[in-house]
Every structure is written in structure tokens, then in C-alpha cells.
Write a protein that binds this ligand. Structure first.
Ligand code: NAI
Ligand code: UGA
Length: 434
């Protein structure tokens, strides 16, 4: 297709990835943000988030004259053919999606958008938002199109350029199709839908993933109580193509910047049409229960009392491959441990700086020093390859709680330590009698 003039508003995980990737597909993209310092850094080619390939695409886009960064959406959109809204939609008071940023940008640019320019929501927004935006713009010559984004943090560029599908929805189907064509270079099915269906796809997908994870954490709990091994159970389940092999790993609960807020928002959307979405509220409750079970497991590892215990924490990010701490289960577990009186020494390969309630150090061995127990909360591969015999030497206690089932229990036991994971049999340290 002929390259289009595109404006992307918001340069976070989604906006920056969208801008840089659309530029790499040949479009002319202007990225806008309210954060002046961020815009200056990006204009100089400096990318702060940990996303493989993103900095490279930004550099190439700038060098090719197809990508620029500015402050001020109102001026930027005057010649745009499409404006992508990629601003935050966090959990608002009461649990619904907070649409203030989406509405603020719409109000800022509505009257200066050129006729025919598509106003595209890539931010995750509840059903009905397209209509709301259309009403706010108050113009019939500006079609509003929902184009939800499914990328994951840590693999944002690869996900954007190799998506499972592209969803475009609008009550103006021609506009939706045109937005779909902006991705023509990509080899992906395009689902063209009405606005409400497109908006709901996003929540339905994220909430399904959350349901799957809560289910797997529940099965892991059953494994512990019944003497089964979740790694074998999920292996056996995963070969069934109807179930699939991904999103079957138990952990300290699911988190991140989206699953928690999106599950909460969909419960609220359901409430607004008098539907009590008990299946989803159960998944949310189960996620809190999982965190509490993990805390209990850690307490058990230090003899039942966390007060005064020194716990070494490996991993703070909400999953491996990102430095994003938003709604991180690792932080949620840590804050309960801290509230119960534990002393926390933490290390994450992608996180530095101060975090309340813990001492953040810059290598894993410092975490082990004098620790009563070491807890793996994020599944960074490097934790697997630590010298666990050296870790054991440094530790005061012998317990390793591996909430991601990341480590090889034999390696831990060979190092003279005890291992316990989630939903798997424990591997106790061998007692050597001299
Ligand atoms: N993070 C993710 O992996 C994914 C996020 N989403 C959705 O995408 C949306 C954005 O999420 P993230 O990229 O994670 O957010 P983010 O917090 O990383 O970035 C948002 C950016 O928007 C800027 N911004 C805020 N208000 C603005 C305004 N009025 N004008 C211009 N810029 C403004 C902020 O300064 C920030 O740079 C959310 O709705 C989220 O649910 C969807 C798929 C994946
Ligand atoms: O809307 C969004 O923001 C995005 O939310 C998630 O992506 P992301 O937040 O990057 O993280 P995931 O990889 O989905 O992981 C979410 C949480 O589930 C946990 N998880 C994931 C997989 C698994 O098997 N087990 C498990 O505990 C992770 O550790 C993490 O805490 C979705 O996977 C994306 O498709 C979606 O676009």
C-alpha cells in the first residue's frame, strides 16, 4: 500500500513499538508525548524500555526520515491520515478503565483532524468507547476505528511484526479495512469487525489468558495436595491442541500492567449490563489466593515466622525479559513479606534503584549472603545458571523457594540445599552423616 502519514499519541510500550514498527513498514510516523524529557531522549535515539530490536528500529526510522518525535498532538495531527491513540488506560477508582487520557487527547485534537483522518484506538478501551470518542469529536468526517494491540512486553517488536492476527473494528467498515491495510506488509489474518466486537476481542483475549493462568495455579495447588507434579500434568494437557502448550506455567500469580487492570475492567463492563461475571471474579480472587499461598510457603521455609527472617529475593520484574515493575507479582509477594517483618535483599538483572521495603543489590550472590531462604520470583534464565554451591556457602539457611519452577531441583540438592517449587514434589537437602 502507499505509505501513509501517521501520528501515534503516547510513546510507551505500545506507542513507541507501534510508531517504530509502522515506520519500518514504510509509513511516515510522528510520535507524540506529553513527557518532554522522554521526547528529547527518543528524538536523540535513546530508548529507555527493555525491548529487543526497538532501539534499532527507532534509529533506522529516524535515519530514514520516516520517524520523528514531538510534543503537542494538536499541531502534529494537522496533516495525518491516521492517528493512533496509545495512551494509558489504567485501573480507575472502582476498578473500571480510566479513560481520561484517551478523552483528553480526543478533546485536544478533535477539531483540527483533517477530514477523512481515521482516529484509531490502540489503547485498551471498554466496549462503547469508540462511540464515546465519536460523540466527543462531534464530526461525521472522522471515522473512529478500534485496533486493539496484543503485543507482550519483552517481545513487543517481534509480536507487532509477527502478530497472530490484526483486529480492526468500526461502525464505518471501509475505514476499518483501510486501517487493516496499513499492516499489508505483515503476514497475518485481519479480522474486520464492528466497533463493539473489536473492543471486546481485546478484553476477551486478555481475560481468557488470566483465567487460564488462575486455572493452572489451582491445578498446581491440587498437585501439591494430591502428590502429583504440575510439570507433568501440564505437559500432558499441552499436547492437546485445543488447550495448547503456552500459558500453562504456574507462578506467584499473574501480573503486569494489563492483565490485572483488564480483568477488573471487564468485570465492571459486565456489571454495567447486569451480568455478574463470577468466573472472572473467581480468577481474580484465585490470583490473590495464589500470592498468599506463596507467602505461606516462604514463611514455612523459614520455620513459620517471617518476622526477623532474612529473605533473598531473586527477581522483581513482573516476568522475565522486561524491566517493568507495574503490578509485578514479585513486588506484591515482597510487600507482604516485608509487612510481616521479613528483611528483604533483592536482585533483578533489569532493575536498579531504590524500592521501598527492601535493599536492592546488584548481583545474585549478595542476595544469598546470610539469607535464611532464597526465593525466585521472576523466571530470569540467569538464575538457573548461578553457582548454587557458592550460593549455599553464602546462605545461613538451606531453603530455596522457586515460585516459577525455574531451577533444576537436582542442582539445588547437589549444592546442599532444599528446593520447593509450585505444584511439584519438594526436593530435600541430603543430610550427610559424618
Ligand atoms: N504494555 C503492554 O504490553 C500493552 C498495553 N496495551 C494498552 O496500551 C495502552 C498504553 O499502554 P502502555 O504503552 O503500556 O503505556 P505506557 O505507560 O508505557 O505509555 C503511555 C505513554 O503515553 C503518554 N501520555 C499520557 N498521556 C498523554 C497525553 N495526553 N498525550 C500524549 N501522551 C500521553 C505517557 O507519557 C507515556 O509515555 C494501554 O491502554 C494498555 O492497556 C495493549 C497491549 C499491550
Ligand atoms: O494487553 C496487554 O498489555 C498484554 O498483556 C499480556 O502481555 P504482558 O502483560 O506483556 O505479559 P504476559 O506475558 O501475558 O504475562 C502476564 C503475567 O502472567 C504470568 N505468566 C505468564 C505465562 C505463564 O505460563 N505463567 C505465568 O505466570 C507472567 O509471569 C506475568 O506475570 C498479554 O499476553 C498480551 O497479549 C497483551 O497484549
Amino acid at each position: 500500500m502507499t505509505p501513509a502519514r501517521i501520528v501515534v499519541v503516547g510513546t510507551g510500550y505500545v506507542g513507541l513499538t507501534t510508531g517504530a514498527c509502522l515506520a519500518s513498514l514504510g509509513h511516515f510516523v510522528t510520535c507524540v508525548d506529553v513527557d518532554r524529557a522522554k521526547v528529547s531522549r527518543l528524538a536523540a535515539g535513546r530508548v529507555d524500555i527493555l525491548e529487543p530490536g526497538l532501539a534499532d528500529l527507532v534509529h533506522r526510522g529516524i535515519a530514514a526520515g520516516r520517524l520523528q518525535f514531538v510534543v503537542g498532538a494538536r499541531d502534529a495531527v494537522r496533516h495525518a491520515q491516521a492517528v493512533f491513540l496509545c495512551v494509558p488506560t489504567p485501573m480507575g477508582a472502582g476498578g473500571s478503565a480510566d479513560l481520561r487520557a484517551v478523552e483528553a487527547v480526543t478533546a485536544e485534537i478533535g477539531d483540527v483532524l483533517p477530514a477523512g483522518c481515521a482516529l484509531v484506538t490502540k489503547s485498551t478501551v471498554p466496549v462503547g468507547t469508540s462511540q464515546r470518542i465519536q460523540a466527543l469529536v462531534g464530526r461525521t468526517d472522522v471515522p473512529v476505528v478500534s485496533n486493539p494491540e496484543f503485543l507482550r512486553e519483552g517481545t513487543a517488536v517481534a509480536d507487532f511484526l509477527g502478530p497472530d492476527r490484526i483486529v480492526v473494528g468500526s461502525d464505518d467498515l471501509a475505514a476499518a479495512r483501510w486501517v487493516g491495510e496499513l499492516y499489508a506488509e505483515l503476514d497475518a489474518p485481519v479480522v474486520v469487525a464492528d466497533a463493539a466486537s473489536a473492543e471486546l476481542v481485546k478484553y476477551a483475549a486478555n481475560c481468557y489468558l488470566a483465567l487460564k493462568l488462575s486455572y493452572v495455579n489451582s491445578i498446581a495447588e491440587l498437585c501439591e495436595r494430591l502428590g502429583a507434579d504440575i510439570s507433568l500434568v501440564t505437559e500432558g494437557m499441552g499436547y492437546d491442541r485445543r488447550i495448547g502448550r503456552t500459558f500453562l506455567k504456574p507462578g506467584p500469580g499473574w501480573g503486569g500492567s494489563c492483565l490485572p487492570k483488564d480483568t477488573s475492567a471487564l468485570v465492571k463492563v459486565a456489571e454495567s449490563v447486569n451480568y455478574d461475571f463470577t468466573m472472572l471474579t473467581s480468577a481474580i480472587d484465585e490470583n490473590l489466593a495464589q500470592r498468599d499461598r506463596i507467602v505461606a510457603k516462604i514463611a514455612g521455609a523459614v520455620g513459620g515466622t517471617l518476622a526477623g527472617a532474612r529473605i533473598g529475593v531473586l527477581g522483581l520484574a513482573f516476568k522475565a525479559g522486561t524491566n517493568d515493575l507495574r503490578d509485578s507479582p514479585a513486588l506484591a509477594v515482597s510487600s507482604v513479606l516485608c509487612a510481616l517483618g521479613a528483611e528483604l535483599i533483592a536482585y533483578d538483572p533489569a532493575v536498579d534503584g531504590e524500592i521501598a521495603g527492601m535493599t536492592v543489590v546488584d548481583d545474585a550472590y549478595q542476595v544469598a549472603k546470610d539469607a535464611d531462604a532464597v526465593v525466585v520470583l521472576t523466571e530470569w534464565a540467569e538464575f538457573k545458571h548461578l553457582d548454587w554451591a557458592a550460593m549455599a556457602e553464602l546462605m545461613e539457611g538451606i531453603d530455596v523457594v522457586d515460585t516459577r519452577n525455574l531451577l533444576d531441583p537436582r542442582v539445588i540438592v547437589d549444592a546442599g540445599l532444599s528446593w520447593q517449587g509450585v505444584g511439584r514434589p519438594r526436593a530435600a537437602a541430603r543430610i550427610t552423616v559424618s
